[in-house]
Design a protein around this ligand. Structure first.
Ligand code: OAD
Length: 257
């Protein structure tokens, strides 16, 4: 076992409270494109074109078409070894909080997949600070509902509407220019403050406020462990920085923890 992996296991094994922050890199091996870097989602599209309240106001049909396509695409993807190992950690170890910037729902699905009959998968659901593709939200009254599939985005008239108030539904994700849900980011910061260690997996750690999670743990005297293909702004403060894929390194680091 490499020294870095062994050290990471030691730090995690000694911790009473663990917070995990994941980003797009944790889902890369499930076939979900990342945002930045080669092949990144934002390489081919300007985010404001489709992922902003202005875009939705201007052309809700186009926005729904894109999200509907992404929903269909995600339904073909499956959680990988990193999602599964993190779900198992959260289910079996009290004091673990998963925080994700991802909207792909793969942590959720991993929790459902690994929970034993007597375990509640909700214990391994992550705090989804940027929202979730698997939910819809009413653009009028804010009511949240399970994400619809098979949306007919051929005309504005066929787009889904709220059963309560009749306003148009939208995906329950945080768009550019929108604030994060204060309860969700607040709970993430609280977990970060109490954590003895923050495990950061597959994020470029440049988008705030989510990127504050490891900084808060570090400032509160906890350790940061990073798993990424390449160095990030966090690397210099990390107690352990492991280079490689999440799918291989996360299960290796968490084995037996
Ligand atoms: P990025 O695309 O910015 O970064 C992905 C990170 O994952 C990079 O640092 C890669 O080196 C790393 N990576 C890629 N493949 C990996 C693998 N197999 N194993 C380990 N690491 C790998 O994605 P995020 O940091 O998640 O926000 O981006 C943050 C936010 O920016 C997103 O949540 C999104 C975007 O704008 C919103 O949509 C609000």
């Amino acid at each position: 076992m490499s020294g870095g992996i062994e050290r990471a296991r030691q730090v995690l094994g000694d911790a009473e409270h663990i917070v995990v922050l994941t980003g797009a890199g944790v889902s890369a091996e499930s076939g979900v494109p990342t945002f930045r870097g080669a092949g990144g989602l934002w390489r081919s599209r300007r985010p404001e074109e489709l992922a902003s309240p202005e875009a939705f106001a201007r052309d809700p049909r186009l926005v729904w078409e894109w999200y509907s396509w992404r929903r269909g695409f995600l339904s073909e993807c499956a959680p990988n070894g990193a999602h599964l190992a993190l779900a198992k950690l959260a289910l079996t170890r009290d004091g673990t909080t998963l925080v994700t910037q991802n909207v792909d729902g793969l942590h959720h699905r991993a929790a459902e997949a690994v929970a034993l009959e007597e375990e509640d998968p909700a214990a391994a659901y992550p705090l989804e600070v940027h929202g979730a593709m698997h939910r819809d939200r009413c653009s009028g009254c804010g009511r949240r509902t399970a994400g619809l599939s098979g949306i007919d985005a051929s005309t504005e008239e066929t787009l889904p509407r709220c059963e309560g108030c009749g306003a148009m539904l939208r995906p329950d994700v945080v768009w550019f220019g929108e604030a994060l849900d204060p309860a969700v980011i607040g709970a993430s910061f609280t977990a970060a403050r109490h954590a003895d260690v923050c495990l950061v997996v597959g994020t470029s750690a440049v988008v705030y406020p989510a990127a504050s999670v490891p900084a808060i743990t570090h400032r509160s005297g906890g350790a940061v462990i990073e798993i990424n293909l390449e160095p990030t702004p966090l690397t210099s403060t990390a107690a352990v920085s492991l280079r490689g894929t999440a799918g291989a390194l996360v299960p290796a680091v968490l084995a037996g923890i």
